[in-house]
Design a binder for this molecule. Structure first.
Ligand SMILES: [Fe+2]
Ligand SMILES: [Fe+2]
Length: 272
């Protein structure tokens, strides 16, 4: 399957670059991906006009499966109300058709209103587990704005998912193939315990760090391998970012039972 991953659009910033966003959308349409994953921070302040403008651009995407996640900037000023109006549910699980079968794509809202920090929250663990455990029809993909592992080249590490340890343990336990995240504005990839954590840079703002230009990721997933390339909007040439074998190579085994570390809350709105 082919995925276009973009994030940190930041409409409303003085550093927003509409030309980059338009170019990235045209290029995404030319790539005809199975999934376009927009991993949060569409806006700067969560204002309605910012969401409206962002939706104006994203509605030009021709892909059948465009999934949009909330970012911390989108949760400012009660922006999540507008988000829901323009982009629907903030948390979704869907089955995406691929050339080889199907992928399960789960999108979670890691934001807290008016805070930059993110947290998945214990009340989500049971649902996350139930969506992925037992899924054997293709890739398992999680979309979440905040980073679950630190990203190099971003200065002092801040705002990492508050419950990153528990979340990583769940992702390993249920065998998630890939986590798509944004937030730090630097593209980077980790592979740990069989889970690939793929960060995209900012697609359309000059809110960049160091030498990393605005960019988005293109991910190719087939039976044998996973290849990730970096694209700068408007540039013809893609640059390779990372590649993996399709089946993760793990060189270690961890022995204690999972539930010695992570226990799921029992809540009335969760199914057994
Ligand atoms: Fe951002
Ligand atoms: Fe962010």
């Amino acid at each position: 399957m082919r995925i276009v991953q973009m994030s940190d659009i930041h409409v409303g910033s003085g550093l927003f670059r509409p030309d980059f966003l338009s170019a990235a959308i045209d290029e995404a349409n030319a790539l005809a991906p199975d999934l376009v994953a927009v991993v949060g921070d569409l806006t700067m302040e969560g204002y309605r006009w910012e969401f409206e403008e962002a939706q104006g651009y994203l509605s030009r995407l021709e892909c059948e499966n465009v999934v949009v996640a909330m970012g911390n900037h989108d949760a400012k000023n009660v922006g999540y109300r507008h988000f829901e109006e323009f982009f629907g549910m903030r948390e979704t699980a869907r089955v995406v058709p691929t050339p080889d079968g199907e992928a399960k794509v789960v999108c979670l809202d890691s934001t807290k209103p008016d805070l930059d920090e993110g947290e998945l929250g214990r009340e989500h663990y049971g649902w996350l587990d139930s969506e992925f455990r037992g899924w054997d029809r293709g890739p398992k993909i999680l979309m979440i704005h905040h980073h679950v592992l630190a990203v190099p080249g971003t200065g002092r590490d801040v705002n990492i998912l508050l419950d990153a340890g528990d979340v990583m343990a769940i992702l390993r336990e249920v065998g998630v193939d890939m986590v798509l995240s944004g937030h730090r504005h630097v593209p980077y990839v980790w592979s740990i315990s069989g889970v690939r954590i793929v960060h995209s840079g900012t697609v359309s703002s000059m809110r960049v760090r160091g030498t990393m230009p605005p960019s988005y990721n293109v991910i190719e997933f087939d039976e044998e391998k996973v290849e990730i390339s970096l694209r700068e909007p408007g540039e013809k040439e893609a640059q390779p970012l990372a590649s993996f074998s399709r089946r993760p190579v793990t060189t270690s085994k961890f022995y204690p039972d999972f539930d010695r570390f992570v226990k799921y809350d029992r809540l009335p709105f969760l199914k057994e």
